[in-house]
Design a protein around this ligand. Sequence first.
Ligand SMILES: [Zn+2]
Length: 332
Amino acid sequence: MSTETQETALQLVEEIQSEMSVKQVRAQVDKILALQREVMQEGIHYGVVPGTEKPTLLQPGAQKLNLTFRCNAKFTTERLDLPLSHREYIVEANIYHLSGRWVGQGHGSASTMESKYRWRNTDRKCPLCGKETVFKSKKDPGWFCWTKKGGCGAQFKEGDQTIEGQVVGKRENPDIADLYNTVLKMAVKRALVAASLNTFAASDIFSQDVEDLPPEILEGSGGNGHAKTTPPASGQQQTAQAKRDTPPPAASNKPPGRGIGERIKAINASALLTPEEHAQVKADIGKTSTPDLDAYLAGWEKDIDERAANKGFEEGGALEKRIAAAEAMEDR
Ligand SMILES: [Zn+2]
């Protein structure tokens, strides 16, 4: 830590100790609550997810908080190139008061390795009309292009290689570079939300991390953000790996949305399940209490792993291993 940074941190602590009375803290909380009640709109500034206790702060809500407290965020970005053209962005958001004083910080990361970016699902395509509307016939062996789903009605015999020779299912997204900008924006969003929750002590009112839930559960985006109350201790010199491994400090806030990340993971993973099962997981995890989540998810994970293996997703597993190996080398 540079001497200058230490001084800033010390000044900040002194100011907080000398200036913030209980009354003032209460006033700040009241201000945020009033802001939520009178200015912010559900679905735009924050989201409410069934089964979670706190509303989730969304990026526009974070911007409102900054505006209200006369603050502004500055971002620094780090890019990690991963194997197979994958990328991760790690963003640090520093929040400054209008006076120029540093008041808080948060981190966010996003990667094209996240399952919603990494995978694409391919269904059987009709060689005649080109639509992904080919289904196995239930009456006789063979296939048909289902008109009800927009297909052409063509039928195909069992063993037809134009149908059965197709590679289908979950596969690596071939257009990963198209997502670089998307994940960068996502990392910025997550960093801003993390920094704002922390800086304005708003984590009693809002949470983070559920923004990545699918749109049918919540409109929006954020998550994977870590907040800090003190200036970075040699933060800039840390390796990216170390930063990602650093758990959120237990200091003032409990880690935002603990358990929510697991819910997201389960929903993402359950994309491998049938639509009915997928819906079941989404319904269940809203009702399942956090302590029971681990057991619940372990059951599904095992099931999902088995199916992935059966469907021939070894390619994906091999990629995971390659990335783990690359990361292990970075650590040395
Ligand atoms: Zn067709």
